[in-house]
Design a protein around this ligand. Structure first.
Ligand SMILES: Cc1cc2nc3c(=O)[nH]c(=O)nc-3n(C[C@H](O)[C@H](O)[C@H](O)COP(=O)(O)OP(=O)(O)OC[C@H]3O[C@@H](n4cnc5c(N)ncnc54)[C@H](O)[C@@H]3O)c2cc1C
Length: 384
């Protein structure tokens, strides 16, 4: 490629890279700058199923595979069904998302799409140089979504859990699912000293994505997730089914301050920027929200390391992870208390970081005395 210097370079064309590209190319303020997007893979498959909740209309509504107006939560002691109004729970499959953005890029002459591997990203004067298998490119504004787990796992200050799962898209012979309701968390399965739950996204009465999920430190052997799905289906009386597709994931849950790696000309975005909600692993909606903020920020002309996403919810997540790491077998009880003592929509707004401080105090007060002690101990340890 002849051109070496770009106004913007985006490393990684997954969720956050493409969300940023979509936002820049959809805003007339950015009509003239040159943008280079570097991605090593051909992104055209359903390698992710992104779910999130939001009020309609949403930016990606035309691409959604399915939406649900209601949800359920279950633990040993509690079964709740609730309406999500004004939200809908939404499912976006990555193939349609990748195709849509790539289609937009094709007709946009300011965007260069380079299929190459990024080998190094380093500061060079007032710019950042991106080394790839097809050359070195420079920009004063580089956005890096390539997650480097080393820094996260080589430290002890911030707890690191994982949201890890295997999911099967299954088809049953008879009607087995309620297509109007997503099963957000079903903790009524053996916890085996960890935080384990089943997540069910029914696509029709006889189609669903069923995921066996943990919030814990270590991954399981594949057979254990799969046995968990089979046991769950048997317990629901579902013996006869076909697996149409499989997916799996391992999402880091941590409040590690990834922003320490940002520089005046380099900003980490997506999971690499710490934009994964630490207490749940949800990333897509957070990333969309941060990108909207980032687009406004870029118009100020400030240095990239002045961009801030940190807020008080990061500290709540940190305490929650401190407790969940130490008392991993108690995760279902912690979620149960939150759902039994608060309106489920308040919990969804809390996870969305939209609650008031008073509401947050009320959520804290929903825990048992023993659980509150765990949080206070975590708080004291963080403060001293
Ligand atoms: C199976 C799965 C399901 C998920 N479901 C949800 C969900 O329901 N809701 C939710 O909110 N979050 C979900 N997540 C978490 C999160 O939303 C996704 O991981 C999301 O894709 C993160 O976006 P990202 O841009 O940070 O990373 P990615 O989407 O992984 O993008 C990074 C890109 O960088 C590219 N890349 C990596 N290394 C290089 C290199 N050296 N050179 C060039 N390119 C490189 C990769 O190929 C990739 O395309 C899920 C994650 C997984 C794995």
């Amino acid at each position: 490629m002849e051109k070496q210097i770009f106004d913007y370079i985006i490393c990684g064309g997954g969720a956050s890279g493409l969300l940023l590209l979509d936002a820049l190319s959809g805003d007339s303020y950015f009509n003239t700058p040159s943008i280079l997007l570097i991605e090593q893979e051909v992104k055209n498959s359903n390698d992710r199923t992104w779910c999130f909740w939001e009020a309609s209309p949403g930016h990606f509504d035309p691409l959604l595979r399915k939406t649900w107006p209601s949800a359920s939560f279950k633990s040993k002691e509690l079964k709740l069904d609730f309406n999500l109004e004004p939200y809908r729970y939404k499912m976006l499959r990555s193939k349609s998302f990748y195709q849509e953005i790539q289609h937009k890029i094709k007709s946009n002459t300011q965007v260069t799409y380079l299929k190459a591997k990024v080998t190094e990203v380093k500061e060079k004067g007032a710019s950042t140089a991106v080394h790839t298998t097809l050359g070195v490119f420079e920009s004063e504004k580089v956005f890096n979504s390539i997650f480097n787990p080393k820094a996260l796992y080589n430290q002890k200050k911030y707890p690191v859990l994982k949201q890890h799962f295997i999911g099967w898209f299954i088809k049953t012979k008879t009607a087995q699912f309620d297509p109007g309701k997503v099963f957000f968390m079903d903790f009524d399965i053996p916890q085996k000293e960890q935080t384990r739950f089943i997540y069910v996204l029914p696509l029709s009465e006889n189609h669903a994505l069923v995921e066996y999920t943990l919030f814990s430190e270590a991954l399981l052997a594949r057979e254990e997730y799969e046995a968990g799905i089979i046991d769950y289906l048997k317990a629901q009386g579902i013996h006869d089914f076909e697996i149409e597709e499989k997916e799996e994931g391992n999402i880091p849950m941590s409040c590690f301050p990834f922003e320490q790696f940002n520089t005046p000309s380099l900003l980490h975005i997506g999971t690499a920027g710490g934009w994964t909600k630490a207490s749940t692993g949800f990333t897509f909606k957070n990333t969309q929200r941060n990108i909207n903020q980032l687009v406004r920020f870029l118009k100020t002309g400030k240095k990239l390391n002045q961009f801030q996403t940190k807020n008080r919810f990061r500290f709540y997540d940190l305490l929650f992870l401190d407790v969940l790491l130490k008392y991993n077998a108690q995760g279902s009880k912690l979620f149960e208390r939150m759902f039994v003592k608060n309106h489920p929509l308040t919990i969804f707004r809390f996870l969305d970081e939209k609650t008031t401080f008073l509401e947050e105090l009320k959520i804290l007060s929903s825990f048992s005395l023993k659980q509150i002690k765990w949080f206070l101990n975590a708080l004291i340890k963080r403060l001293i």
